[in-house]
Design a protein. Structure first.
Length: 783
């Protein structure tokens, strides 16, 4: 067993405190101290977080209100800031002391914990070490390597954090070079939204804005762990709850953040013991993958109530005028819902008819309903249908394009939505290619490029020769990690533009570079002075962000500069793009973005610094449907209720694994081993399981189990030595942590159409650990 996998015995104790509260304050104080930061420094920084004249948080993408709170940050946003602003450094000396094969054995946490990268490095195979390299020679060699390769064999990945300015330049670099292989993290995330919503309502993004919260009179949450992953959303949610707005949450796992919340920034709440607002009026622990069944039950109730209204001559429950004027496909949807039996709805959702009827009745009474959702819907084989079914539910009562209502995909990375907006996409029809040709005098590639799953396939079959990563930890975030890590070494070129060391850096190709960049919180000085960048949040608002902290190292370059230098070295003279001029003044890049996307970015430079940002125009918010038929489309789920075809025939020893985030991580960045809100501390190598299932397998708390993927493709995928814990989960479902369990996910196990890996429904077998060495190793605490 590798050191990276050994973790001590965890402790698991129910956590009864509300989200936020003193637990949150304590956790932050500990993190600041651990990173060597004075409380005053971190306080001054946090004061500027998500403020109109400050910087946009590097954690999640939740909206930043115009009238910000004194401190407009949350526990996890602050952790992200502290993590980036750490005093620790992964310097040249560090690389001189450690061989790459040695570092490969370090846990994810230790690698990033080591601090900010300081110098450009090149891998030296003879030493098995990274050695310093000058920026000039790095760019020159990357340029030579890329010139020698077929552009179609090169991947330009983006992880979702880089600004709109950087992203616009990055996609141009790829396209001028001749590649449309522009996967980004959203391929593993909300791509089910980006595929589903355009078909349903002609918008790739959600329709809810911050101001809607004041006017909403009911909310639905499906598959989002808000208290951990978008905690600032708890503030408007809390306000709504105080007004008595009913909130119904659907999640197989009991997540504290959706239960009670105490605002750490409200002295009154902090000082009153117990307290905290009850965030969900009702919390429904449905079966994993049971969402379409549950939504069908709600819809069925609406039809029932509508029938009753018609019979009584009362006002209709369905918004018939909206449906007649705006929608298509209603009849087929109605048939699907009416034909579904309550027996099948209850069986697949795991919820009782009475529960779903209660939600249906409240829904039928409410005038402005918002539906929020996250990975619990998108990361399934039927992720696109999940998204479209939730949209169906809203359309039944005209809850799109109405104040206080709408569909609300809660995005992940702070600028992941924006990266798509400015051309980071493998789909040629989504980028204004003719304009690029006209503006910059080059011929952009027109064929579809590779998204994440295709890029992985290419890495596995050897057709991908080079990988450029603009942030992220690709090999760790994708499925099938074991095979990917092995195949990675066959790459000719691997370039990673990063702030911190992660496992992906430790997989060298023939030629490998680490290019360290400024983080968004740092001052970025270029020819025209200090620069500001911009990002788009989850509600399609564009904000400015100005870094102010001193750079972590004098050698760091900004992301736009790195992209420009790679472009100059790789495609000199192949376009009229004035790379240096753009780097000298990012306002010029914003002008270009406005020229390419005038419908979204009119007066970009004038408006992006206004409080609250500016909302980019979304026709769906005005009930203008940019779909092929010009209508909002109801959609019948293709496979009925079945997330996974064999869900009912797998046998009792096969469980559905949901890979989850803890309260102490940001994706593959593991801040620590405490998942406070779930009451787990000390280790991430755990498997959460229903108590009755454990009894059936004769397992007790802390017992060691081995798990393997249930698939008949001849590939052995297993993880040994997880500690099993009784947890409030539906029978048959189990939970464990991402990214540790990613090697269990087959690459082909992904959503239809969107190809988002089905990370929330991995069929696995669970057995008591048989190998005594595993038990021994797992009992030894990591250093
Ligand atoms: N602190 C912190 N913030 C983050 C991140 C982070 O790692 N840490 N990551 C960022 C990113 S990139 C993203 S995409 C978002 C992710 O934020 P979320 O969308 O919240 O992602 P997850 O935590 O993976 O899972 C969401 C929830 O889905 C539930 N779930 C699992 N299966 C099902 C199901 O079948 N049905 C339903 N209804 N629910 C289900 C899980 O129990 C879990 O509570 O957060 C962003 N913000
Ligand atoms: N099993 C399973 N797998 C999943 C998921 C899941 O729920 N379950 N979730 C998926 C989702 S939603 C996502 S979004 C992906 C995430 O996948 P990625 O976006 O690829 O991964 P991150 O962990 O966010 O990347 C972290 C690294 O980004 C770099 N970085 C941080 N800040 C900056 C910056 O400002 N600039 C640059 N250039 N680099 C920076 C650091 O080096 C850091 O180590 O994972 C996916 N994988
Ligand atoms: Mo994500």
């Amino acid at each position: 067993m590798k050191r990276s996998e050994i973790q001590p015995e965890p402790t698991v104790a129910p956590y009864d405190e509300p989200t936020g509260g003193w637990g949150s304050v304590k956790s932050l104080a500990q993190k600041s101290l651990a990173e060597g930061l004075a409380i005053s420094t971190i306080w001054n920084t946090l004061y500027k977080q998500n403020k109109p004249d400050g910087f946009a948080c590097v954690s999640c993408s939740w909206a930043k209100p115009a009238d910000a709170n004194t401190f407009e940050f949350c526990e996890n946003g602050a952790k992200a800031t502290i993590w980036e602003q750490t005093k620790r450094r992964t310097s040249r000396d560090f690389f001189a002391r450690h061989k790459v094969s040695e570092l490969l054995d370090w846990p994810d946490h230790d690698l990033e914990k080591n601090g900010r990268l300081t110098s450009p490095m090149r891998y030296d195979a003879s030493l098995d070490q990274y050695v310093p390299v000058s920026w000039d020679s790095a760019f020159a060699e990357i340029g030579r390597e890329l010139q020698a390769l077929d552009p179609k064999s090169v991947i330009f990945y983006a992880s979702g954090r880089a600004s709109l300015e950087t992203s616009y330049m990055y996609q141009l670099l790829a396209r001028v070079y001749g590649s449309q292989n522009l996967p980004d993290s959203s391929n593993m995330c909300h791509e089910s939204t980006s595929v589903g919503l355009p078909l349903s309502i002609g918008s790739p993004v959600g329709t809810v804005v911050y101001e809607d919260f004041e006017h909403c009179d009911m909310m639905l949450f499906f598959g989002h762990n808000t208290g951990t992953n978008a905690p600032r959303l708890l503030h408007p949610l809390q306000e709504a709850r105080k007004r008595g707005v009913p909130v119904f949450t659907f999640n197989p796992v009991e997540e504290r953040g959706q239960m009670r919340f105490k605002n750490p920034q409200s002295p009154a709440e902090m000082l009153s013991p117990g307290a905290g607002t009850k965030m969900s009026s009702e919390y429904f622990q449905l079966r994993c993958g049971g969402d379409i069944a549950a939504m069908t039950g709600i819809a069925k109730t609406v039809f029932q109530l509508d029938d009753e209204a018609v019979a009584a001559g009362a006002a209709r429950v369905l918004d018939t005028a909206f449906i007649a004027e705006h929608c298509h496909g209603f009849e087929a949807f109605e048939r699907f819902v009416r034909d579904a039996s309550w027996e099948s709805i209850e069986r697949r959702s795991g919820l009782a008819r009475a529960e779903l009827e209660e939600v249906g009745r409240t829904y039928a009474r409410s005038d402005a309903v918002m539906a929020h959702y996250g990975m619990g819907l998108t990361q399934h084989r039927n992720g696109v249908d999940n998204v479209r079914m939730l949209t169906n539910l809203l359309l039944m009562r005209g809850n799109i394009g109405k104040r206080g209502a709408g569909i609300s995909p809660i995005r992940g990375h702070s600028n992941v939505q924006g990266q798509r907006t400015v051309g980071i996409t493998e789909k040629p029809e989504l980028a204004p290619l003719d304009k690029f040709r006209e503006f910059y005098g080059f011929e952009p590639p027109r064929e579809k490029g590779m998204a994440t799953v295709e890029a992985c396939q290419g890495i596995l079959d050897g057709s991908v020769k080079a990988f450029i990563g603009l942030g992220g930890n690709f090999s760790r975030a994708v499925p099938e990690t074991e095979a990917i890590e092995t195949a990675w070494r066959n790459l000719r070129l691997h370039v990673q533009i990063s702030t911190k060391l992660n496992r992906n850096h430790l997989l060298p190709g023939a030629v490998t570079f680490i290019l360290p960049c400024l983080g968004r919180i740092e001052r970025d000085r270029q020819a025209s002075g200090d620069q500001t960048v911009s990002i788009e949040d989850s509600t399609a608002c564009i904000h400015g962000s100005k870094g102010w902290r001193p750079p972590a190292s004098p050698e760091l370059l900004s992301e736009p500069r790195i992209v420009a230098e790679i472009a100059k070295a790789t495609v000199p003279g192949r376009s009229t793009i004035p790379w240096d001029e753009w780097v000298g003044d990012y306002a010029k890049v914003r002008d270009e973005i406005e020229r390419a996307y005038p419908q979204y970015f009119a007066d970009f430079n004038k408006r992006f610094l206004q409080p609250g940002g500016f909302h980019r125009d979304l026709p769906a918010c005005r009930r203008e449907w940019k779909t092929e038929n010009g209508k909002a489309n109801f959609h019948v789920p293709e496979d009925g209720f079945d997330t996974d075809p064999d869900i009912d025939t797998r046998g009792p020893d096969v469980f559905t694994l949901m890979t989850l985030r803890s309260n102490d991580q940001f994706n593959t960045t593991v801040y620590g081993y405490d998942d406070r809100l779930r009451g787990i501390s000390g280790s991430r190598m755990v498997l959460l399981m229903n108590g009755e299932d454990m009894a059936r397998l004769q397992l007790r708390d802390q017992d060691l189990v081995d798990v393997e993927t249930h698939a008949d493709d001849g590939v052995d995928r297993r993880v040994k030595g997880l500690r099993v814990h009784a947890y409030k989960l539906p029978k048959g479902d189990v939970g464990g942590y991402y990214p540790e369990l990613n090697r269990l996910i087959p690459l082909w196990h992904h959503a239809k159409d969107s190809h988002v890996p089905a990370a929330k429904s991995v069929p696995i077998r669970v057995r008591r650990a048989t190998d005594p060495a595993t038990a021994q190793a797992a009992a030894t605490p990591a250093e």
